[in-house]
Design a protein around this ligand. Structure first.
Ligand code: HEM
Ligand SMILES: CC(C)=CCC/C(C)=C/CC/C(C)=C/COP(=O)(O)OP(=O)(O)O
Length: 309
């Protein structure tokens, strides 16, 4: 069979963000790597580095090693997750075309690629940045693959556990720059930690039937009334405003007026979307929260990185 790219009609998915279906070998590798999420993860690590190191002291080799190290570690976590979840993935329309679930990449290939990229990522961080950055990346990888992934079929609290590795990349970037962590690294971690709950509850609301039929116990799949989903989204949306205000205080980074106006304004707008969804959960509102979440994170992180004292 030819390995030329075949672009079928885009699959919109319930989130409304269209994705092309592509069945060439290279598309398989790109999909295996979860490239879109990896790009976002690397960007959040960069912000951690920028918060840690003044521009005059930026080191190109460290930045390159951090980029490759975090990138490969994230790719590894995505591959091992897809190997582990291949049966559940095969039962959901959203994920059934993933290369391992669809059998285009074998389990052995997946395990080899997953371990190789993980060793490469953590190794590059160790050799090219700091021991702490490498250890944090290793812990992130292990928690995501060995704790979060199997927890998804057991309890809706898996999401809150998964949010911890999801929020680690800014810490890894900070540690790559300084070899340590201090108070001004915390807001970037906490913003990302709290942001993930509305981000994912919106997605899980839209895919609640698919998650249920795949045996994954996401909150919207087990809470059919939506009351607990509403509570989680409302509380975390409001909490996000609190953690996003932290950088304005001297101890946590002394961000300036630009951050105070634009980033906090953006946070209030995102929180308002979350509260609006929580007031009456429905697909339309969930789609707005999901799309706003993807716009909000790079926006607020860019201002956090830019508006330094
Ligand atoms: C508990 C944590 C998280 C969960 C369970 C989660 C889950 C998901 C899921 C299932 C999608 C796919 C939606 C679709 O198929 O339409 C998605 C999309 C996305 N997520 Fe998350 N996510 C989490 C954390 C993060 C983090 C930490 C980042 C980056 C810093 C991130 C970035 C993205 C991006 C960029 C997309 C859109 C692109 C794509 O669909 O591949 N997510 N998320
Ligand atoms: C340095 C390093 C290792 C970084 C990795 C950071 C990381 C773990 C990001 C992803 C966060 C997350 C829980 C995504 C959802 O996975 P899912 O399995 O619920 O999504 P799926 O259903 O689409 O597979």
């Amino acid at each position: 069979m030819s390995h030329a790219a075949r672009l079928d009609k885009p699959v919109g998915g319930e989130t409304g963000v269209a994705k092309a279906v592509c069945t060439s070998r290279w598309c398989d590798y790109v999909e295996l790597a979860k490239l879109r999420i990896t790009v976002m993860v690397v960007l959040t690590a960069w912000v951690g580095y920028v918060l840690a190191v003044p521009m005059a002291a930026w080191d190109v080799v460290t930045i390159l090693a951090m980029t490759l190290g975090v990138g490969f570690s994230c790719v590894s976590s995505g591959i091992l997750n897809q190997v582990w979840e291949r049966d559940a993935d095969a039962r959901m329309t959203r994920t059934q075309n993933r290369p391992v679930a669809a059998g285009r990449i074998s389990v052995t290939q997946g395990v080899v690629l997953g371990i190789a990229t993980g060793v490469l990522g953590v190794g590059i961080l160790y050799l090219g940045t700091t021991v702490l950055a490498a250890l944090l990346a290793l812990a992130t990888l292990l928690v995501y693959v060995l704790i979060y992934t199997p927890m998804k079929s057991l309890t809706p609290w898996a999401t809150h556990v998964g949010a911890i590795p999801g929020a680690m990349p800014p810490f890894i970037g900070y540690a790559a720059g300084t070899g340590s962590l201090s108070a001004d690294a915390w807001p970037a971690f906490l913003i990302l930690l709290v942001w993930q709950i509305p981000h994912f509850m919106a997605i899980a609301w839209l895919y609640r039937d698919q998650y249920a039929s795949a045996g994954l116990r996401m909150l919207p799949s087990v809470d059919r009334t939506g009351r607990r989903v509403s509570a989680h989204v409302a509380v975390t949306s409001l909490l996000l405003v609190g953690v996003a205000a932290m950088p304005l205080f001297a101890r946590f980074g002394s961000a300036g007026l630009l951050y105070g106006v634009l980033a906090l304004g953006g946070t209030v707008a995102f929180a308002a979307a979350g509260v609006w969804f929580a007031a009456r959960p429905c697909d339309g509102r969930a789609r707005v929260v999901f799309i706003t979440s993807l716009l909000y994170l790079p926006f607020v992180y860019a201002i956090l990185a830019w508006d330094r004292p």
